[in-house]
Design a protein around this ligand. Structure first.
Ligand code: GTP
Ligand code: MG
Length: 208
């Protein structure tokens, strides 16, 4: 899929205030600093569409970006960042939970995990929660440029084995790098296929 346009639309903390047109959307979630905002910039060929930082806790709101005027990418705050105050954490948790629970336009989530790390309890718990709330998701391994191919393979195997302890089927997954563009085509093609299926389906979104 070719990205012709990518524009910022709105930021907010309230799912009720997110765009009300019924375009399909895809949300990026994961621990702070995992590379959610960088991945959005990589996918859209832009440097600063989503704000990034070396310091965790940069993205603090629900951010909608409209792509090709047809669908949304959504950048969210990270979870699991210890240095954010307790009250800020609670606020994040509240509106992120509301977003995933109530946002009918959400077609699929992408849960980002840093490929260098062992499966983290907070990520596994979040995937579990998505499953319990029937939110479809894929896993996106980030920062693949930091490991050699053999190490990537080993880390993915470890991840799969741990997931298979609780999941019957493995979720889709993508191996990505925002610095060397790995995984870009695979991810965009995946979204494109879903969008085409939705366009061809008569009962497009359940609430229309
Ligand atoms: P929060 O908004 O704080 O939750 O973080 P985030 O998940 O949006 O992470 P962000 O995109 O801001 O990136 C965090 C840091 O990781 C930045 O210093 C990025 O340059 C770096 N980074 C992100 N993706 C990659 C990648 O694929 N490879 C490498 N080497 N660094 C990356
Ligand atoms: Mg961010």
């Amino acid at each position: 899929m070719q990205i012709k346009t990518a524009e910022f639309v709105i930021s907010n903390q309230m799912v009720e205030k997110c765009p009300t047109n019924n375009l399909p959307e895809y949300a990026f979630i994961g621990r702070s600093n995992v590379g959610k905002s960088s991945l959005i910039n990589m996918l859209t060929n832009q440097k600063n569409l989503a704000k990034t930082s070396g310091r965790p806790g940069k993205t603090q709101l629900i951010n909608h970006f409209i792509i090709n005027k047809e669908w949304f990418l959504v950048d969210l705050p990270g979870y699991g960042y210890a240095r954010v105050s307790k009250s800020a954490k609670k606020t994040f948790q509240k509106f992120i939970t509301a977003y995933f629970r109530d946002r009918k336009q959400l077609i699929s989530a992408f849960v980002l995990v840093d490929i260098r790390h062992k499966p983290q309890p907070v990520d596994l718990a979040f995937m579990q929660w998505l499953g319990e709330h029937s939110v479809p998701f894929s896993i996106v391994f980030t920062k693949a440029d930091k490991l050699r191919p053999k190490a990537i393979e080993d880390h993915i195997d470890t991840y799969k084995n741990i997931l298979l302890e609780t999941w019957e089927e493995l979720p889709n997954y993508f191996i990505t790098s925002s610095t060397n563009y790995a995984g870009k085509d695979a991810l965009l093609n995946y979204i494109n296929t879903i969008n085409e299926d939705l366009n061809n389906s008569t009962d497009r979104l359940p609430f229309q």
